[in-house]
Ligand binder design. Structure first.
Ligand code: NAD
Ligand code: UD1
Length: 336
């Protein structure tokens, strides 16, 4: 297939672009480099043995999208482009609604106008809000606690309304749990700008000497050891899940939603210990109060994706940490 990948220079988009190329698909990447470096695409090409087509631009540019979609035989879109930092979204809500909601609306309008009817959208387990009953199934109630989460839920609702209005569309939301890890070559990985918001990239920067110590947010949660518990999924498994979802929904009209998680749960301390094993040394850490807005625990019921997509996350926490460490130690300053 010929696939337009928005945000294809980003962390998850680049690894998925690589897998699409390796599976024989033609890929056209659209990215505005607001949170990515051009060097990523050279590394994707190095690993794939061929280059993805690339256009630098913004998903909010409807004219550009129509040109890309109409002129190049695109059959499906994977939509990764967007902003993703929860705390930033609280301070800059309009930027989040503009990039994430308006960007998706612009993309869907261009798809409508050019006859492209298959979309795989990057959603998030954040749409389950403060749910307390685990594991989370796709039919669990949704709810949000911040503008980022609301932007994801709004797009899911747009997709549902569109699928209901016109049976020609195949629209799929993938609710990611906690993507971590890197390509096993060490050539592609997560390169957060500034201070990492998320756990594993923060630990990776402590391990490589860029940060002094991990702050562990809360040790009084009702969990196995008092620290927060999550469903960490290797980004390679996540990418494989996208290819499985694309194969399933293309030509199968309607609204589709799948959790992409492992169904396993790990505490902050378990992740820290696994990372210490991967990098071979103890890592400085301290306990600080809970972070506002955090839930005690969150993990997926991945049964729907396993049965419908014939997909299952295979890689262990140890492999996530080993691959993250290979990436971080080979690229201490990311793509710079
Ligand atoms: P990322 O920031 O690495 O990738 C996003 C890419 O989109 C970047 O390359 C950025 O330059 C590009 N981009 C942003 N706005 C754009 C715009 N308006 N036009 C064109 N390009 C634009 O993030 P990621 O971790 O790879 O996440 C990809 C998607 O998955 C995002 O939509 C994110 O919200 C979602 N998601 C991520 C996580 C996670 O933990 N990483 C979890 C759940 C959902
Ligand atoms: C966060 C977002 C979520 C988003 C997801 C993307 C918040 C409140 N939630 O989820 O909406 O979909 O990222 O992956 O930002 N932790 C520490 N120290 C740190 C960083 C994290 O102890 O420096 C802990 C957290 O309290 C949590 C766990 O590690 O228990 C995982 O945190 P993180 O990687 O930020 O992911 P989420 O909070 O699950």
């Amino acid at each position: 297939m010929r696939v337009l990948v928005t945000g294809g220079a980003g962390y998850i988009g680049s690894l998925t672009t690589l897998q699409l190329l390796q599976a024989g698909h033609e890929v056209l990447v659209l990215d505005n480099f607001s949170n990515a470096k051009p060097a990523v695409l050279g590394r994707v090409a190095q690993l794939a043995g061929r280059e993805p087509a690339f256009e630098q631009g913004d998903v909010r540019d409807g004219a550009l999208l129509r040109r890309l979609l109409a002129g190049q035989g695109v059959e499906a879109v994977m939509h990764f482009a967007g902003l993703k930092a929860v705390s930033e979204s609280v301070h800059k809500p309009l930027e989040y609604f503009d990039n994430n909601v308006q960007g998706s609306l612009s993309l869907l309008s261009a798809m409508r106008d050019t006859g492209v009817r298959t979309l795989v959208f990057s959603s998030s387990a954040t749409v389950y809000g403060l749910a307390e009953t685990m594991p989370l199934r796709e039919d669990a109630p949704t709810g949000t606690t911040n503008p980022y989460g609301r932007s994801k839920l709004m797009v899911e609702q747009m997709l549902q309304d569109l699928a209901a209005a016109d049976p020609a569309w195949s629209l799929c939301a993938l609710r990611y749990f906690n993507p971590v890890g890197a390509h096993p070559s060490g050539l592609l990985g997560e390169d957060p700008q500034g201070i990492p918001n998320n756990l594993m990239p923060f630990i990776a920067q402590v391990a490589v000497g860029r940060r002094a110590a991990l702050q562990i947010f809360g040790r009084d949660y009702p969990t196995v050891d008092g620290t927060g518990v999550r469903d960490y999924i290797h980004v390679q498994d996540l990418a494989t899940g996208h290819l499985a979802a694309l194969g399933h929904v293309h030509g199968r009209p309607g609204w589709h939603v799948f959790n992409l998680g492992t169904g396993r749960s790990h505490s902050v301390l378990e992740v820290l210990r696994a990372y210490e094993a991967a990098c071979g040394r103890a890592l400085a850490h301290e306990f600080v109060p809970r972070r506002g807005g955090d839930v005690a625990q969150s993990w997926a019921d991945p049964a729907r994706a396993e049965s419908a997509l014939n997909w299952r996350a295979e890689l262990s926490l140890a492999q996530m940490c080993e691959d993250s460490w290979r990436w971080q130690s080979q690229n201490p300053n990311g793509y710079d």
